[in-house]
Ligand binder design. Sequence first.
Ligand code: SI3
Length: 293
Amino acid sequence: LERFKGITIAMYACYDANGEISTEAVKQLARHYVGLGVTGLYVGGSTGEGMLQSVEERKLVLEAVMEEVGGELTIIVHVGAAATKDSVELAKHAEVVGADAISAVPAIYYRLSPASVERHWQAMIDSTSLPFIIYHIPQTTGFQLSTELLKRMAAQEQVIGVKISSESTFELQQFKAAGGPEFLVLNGPDEQYLAGRSIGADGGIGGTYGVMPELFVKIEQCFREGKMKEALEWQNRVNEVITGLLALPSLYGGCKAILKLRGLDIGEPRLPLLPIPSEAMDEVARLNEKILG
Ligand code: SI3
């Protein structure tokens, strides 16, 4: 399980000037993250705009990532979709192209019972032999994962962990206790990375890591070495940037704009996510400077 611990970057969606998937930009971005001390990439999640892409587009993105950095970074693929059938298709594809694990939110839109969500996840698990990581993000899916369901899922060897994007570190600790010491718990809220680690998370998956991976690697290193005061100083620096990013018209738009300032053009987010207007570019530049320190 070591290859899933530490810093996993939730990778941004990459589009060309017409808003179509750019496999070239996907490869460039994936390559950009090699050699920085991060563990891997989370592809097609919230940050990766998987829910705004067709099944075919999601496959294209993963293929590009695998071609470029497969074997160099651990690749977790988010295969969550509204329809179980689409998730199963994406899960099978993930196995064929050699991804390290799949992950999924509960199916979206319908108000689902725990039994329904369990069947949805089970269909993906049964369709491959890949490890499965539950993605718990109740603020967007509306589904509150109970400790009972988590325990039932975690009882299967193939279900290796949960990514918790709710902002409750108490819930994180409870899930860790329910899953047992060998069950991975991955922190979702980047602004609470150190808090999550301190209360039992084995690492994290985050959307703002992609503009400041080195800073998250610093937090992680300090934490591992027991240098808590220093770890907190890095977390506080990161949080000043996140505060600024969250005040922009769109978080992912802001992250992409920062990368563009550094010469990495991966396009704008897809609607309904908003691009960054030109009048906000001074603030984007200020945040970029803050990161580069
Ligand atoms: O892309 C992903 O699936 C994520 O990494 C989600 C991640 O947990 C993000 N949470 C949400 C609700 O989007 C965080 O990375 C979040 O963007 C960050 O903590 C800023 O609030």
